[in-house]
Design a protein around this ligand. Structure first.
Ligand code: HEC
Length: 102
């Protein structure tokens, strides 16, 4: 199956991204993406610090979409296929925006 194409990162999509991230991801990855959310201390291996760490699977929008959909094996990073596709694309942009500009 071909990978679905990313929607444009409109203001509405980015608003959805923040709402979804704060509810679903920030407990581990932290509101600022630094891997320091309130439950992060209990998670081994620790949640990715999106600002500082290398991305194991790659940090392109399409790759992050896949990681968010399928998760990473043998870690607490589970797949979020239950979120709708729009939300997963939104999160991919949102996570990517924590990366330092290169
Ligand atoms: C229960 C804690 C937890 C939650 C909640 C969580 N993650 Fe993660 N996440 C992790 C851990 C742990 C890793 C690192 C796994 C590893 O080291 O391989 C990770 C890794 C990632 C990566 C991988 C970067 C790479 O190295 O390729 C992305 C992207 C990511 N998370 C996005 C998200 C998004 C988006 C959400 C919300 C939908 C989310 N995570 C929710 C624990 C969590």
């Amino acid at each position: 199956m071909a990978a679905p194409a990313p929607p444009a990162p409109t203001p509405a999509l980015m608003k959805l991204a923040k709402e979804t991230y704060d509810v679903t991801c920030a407990a581990c990855h932290g509101a600022t993406g630094e891997g320091n959310g309130p439950v992060a201390f209990a998670v081994k291996p620790p949640p990715r610090n999106f600002v500082k760490d290398e991305f194991k699977a790659g940090d392109g929008v399409e790759q992050i979409f896949k990681t968010v959909t399928s998760g990473l094996p043998n870690t607490k990073m589970v797949g979020y296929a239950a979120l709708d596709e729009q939300q997963r694309w939104a999160l991919a942009y949102y996570v990517r925006a924590f990366r330092p500009k290169r």
